[in-house]
Design a protein around this ligand. Structure first.
Ligand SMILES: Nc1ncnc2c1ncn2[C@@H]1O[C@H](COP(=O)(O)OP(=O)(O)OP(=O)(O)O)[C@@H](O)[C@H]1O
Ligand SMILES: [Mg+2]
Length: 481
């Protein structure tokens, strides 16, 4: 979620449980490198003869992530030694959708044949640790085709309501009982005990909620910390807390009653239900009645129960291995990136241009004199519009000219807007998302024209440029902000 919310990813630091910080880019690249090295070792150990350059690497990200977050992950992968040309970014609900279309498991054949039907529309709800990420697909080709094409029916929708918020709710209650000071000290001095506590909660979280739910606590550590802080003993701490009737201690175990246990889940599940309900009311997809639940948190029975109760007329499917469907689908996507035929734009994208001033078209207050004529600057020139369905592989061309003799590069800014009606780049909801620099080959005194091709239907926005007269390609660098 930090990558989703943060605007300055380069500077972003992450904290471990003890409070020590490390640059996010280092954490992610080390993580990717460890996975990469593990795979390469496994290949050798299994006696396979796959060479690193023969591998296409697929990195999955939530669909709702920003362009900057995707670019950040791409940089981390490069830092981990993955060749940029060999890397594909997959969008998680899409990968899950692909997996469900192609799963070989016989038990899944009913689901598969349902999804495979030409014209079948379905919503993929990927419930993970940090996000709930929703994509809506339609199956385009016939059911006997092994690889039907999928079309996105609406732009992705999502929110930060995932399974880890349940853990946070539990830790908050624990903090109220034991005291935040003690929790802080445990994280700092006994991080393994703290992690053990989280792992223990993870086990309890995955069970059905019973009348009494037993959770093992690191009692020796807690008692040591109580002594160090010279605080009251654990039983008195429970007794004076507002949870005294809901939590009992029996030796090294907390016995949590069902109501309290449910309350850890409720806020997150409520948010997921509203998100799905609101999405299902959107006019363009109101007729979608098949809902596919994937991602780890979709294995939580309470989520399914709440969704079925809130949307009784819809059909919900939780595939076998719902938690692994993103991973497995990403592998298929790596082999067949063309499975998704088109995608919807979440935003409008455009560049900044100026036009000769026209009182019929432009606001009077924007009239400016430049080079002996009146112009209207800061116009948002649409390249693609929010809610456009863009076929994968679509390229959109724009031409730009140099301003000065011997100009050897050109700066180009890309703006993004939350609306399809934006007229000017300084309107509310419109902001710069990308700074591109295009090198001009063989600079000269003549005015030069560069044709930029934008690629919008893929999982990432890309651009290439050529100098029109010579046809030479221009080196292009772009950075999302
Ligand atoms: N049976 C289960 N019951 C309840 N929660 C579960 C169950 N199985 C997994 N989870 C929860 O699902 C979450 C992890 O899901 P997943 O592996 O899909 O997340 P992720 O893909 O890493 O996260 P994100 O998609 O947000 O980036 C964790 O919060 C985990 O506790
Ligand atoms: Mg996920």
């Amino acid at each position: 979620m930090i990558l989703y919310e943060n605007e300055n990813l380069k500077q972003q630091k992450l904290k471990d449980v003890t409070g020590k910080t490390l640059a996010a880019s280092e954490v992610f690249s080390k993580f990717i490198k460890a996975l990469k090295d593990h795979l390469l070792t496994q290949i050798i150990e299994k006696g396979k003869t796959i060479k690193p350059h023969e591998i296409r690497w697929v990195l999955t990200v939530p669909t709702i992530w920003t362009d900057a977050s995707k670019q950040f992950m791409r940089k981390c992968a490069q830092q981990a030694g993955i060749d940029e040309e060999k890397l594909v970014i997959a969008l998680e609900p899409e990968a899950a959708s692909i997996f469900c279309q192609y799963q070989e498991d016989k038990r899944a054949s009913n689901e598969r044949s349902l999804l495979n039907r030409t014209g079948q529309k379905y919503m993929i709800i990927d419930l993970g640790g940090g996000t709930a990420d929703i994509t809506i697909h339609e199956t385009l080709t016939k059911s006997d085709d092994k690889f039907p094409l999928l079309k996105e029916l609406h732009h992705a929708i999502g929110d930060d309501c995932g399974g880890t918020q349940v853990d946070n709710a539990f830790m908050e209650v624990l903090g109220e009982i034991l005291g935040q000071k003690l929790i802080k000290l445990m994280k700092k001095k006994q991080p393994s005990a703290y992690l053990e506590l989280l792992r223990e909660f993870e086990t309890v979280k995955r069970r059905e909620i019973a009348n009494k739910n037993n959770l093992r606590i690191p009692l020796v550590t807690i008692n040591e910390l109580i002594e160090e802080l010279e605080e009251d003993n654990i039983d008195n701490k429970i007794k004076v807390s507002k949870y005294k009737t809901q939590i009992k201690r029996n030796r090294e175990t907390f016995c949590i009653d069902a109501e309290l246990m449910k309350s850890f889940f409720k806020p997150t599940i409520d948010r997921i239900v509203s998100l799905v309900k609101d999405t299902s009311k959107i006019k363009a997809i109101r007729d979608v009645s098949l809902f596919l639940l994937v991602g780890g948190f979709s294995e939580c029975k309470h989520v399914l129960h709440a969704l079925k109760e809130a949307l009784p007329n819809k059909t919900f499917i939780v595939p076998e291995e719902a938690g692994l469907s993103v991973l497995k689908g990403a592998v298929i996507f790596g082999h067949k990136t063309g499975i998704i035929g088109s995608r919807f734009m979440i935003y409008s994208y455009g560049t900044k241009v100026f036009e000769p001033f026209d009182p019929e078209l432009h606001e009077m207050s924007r009239k400016k004199k430049a080079g002996g004529r009146y112009i209207c600057p800061k116009i948002f020139d649409f390249i693609v519009m929010k809610n456009d369905s863009v076929p994968v592989g679509t390229t959109i061309k724009r031409e730009y000219v140099t301003d000065e003799p011997q100009q050897n590069f050109m700066d180009l800014d890309l703006y993004k807007s939350d609306s399809g009606l934006t007229k000017y780049i300084d309107e509310e909801g419109c902001y710069r998302v990308c700074k591109a620099t295009i090198d001009i080959p063989d600079p000269s005194d003549e005015q030069r024209t560069v044709e930029v091709e934008y690629y919008f239907g893929d999982t990432e926005i890309r651009m290439t440029a050529v100098e029109t007269d010579s046809g030479k390609s221009c080196k292009t660098f772009w950075k999302f902000i």
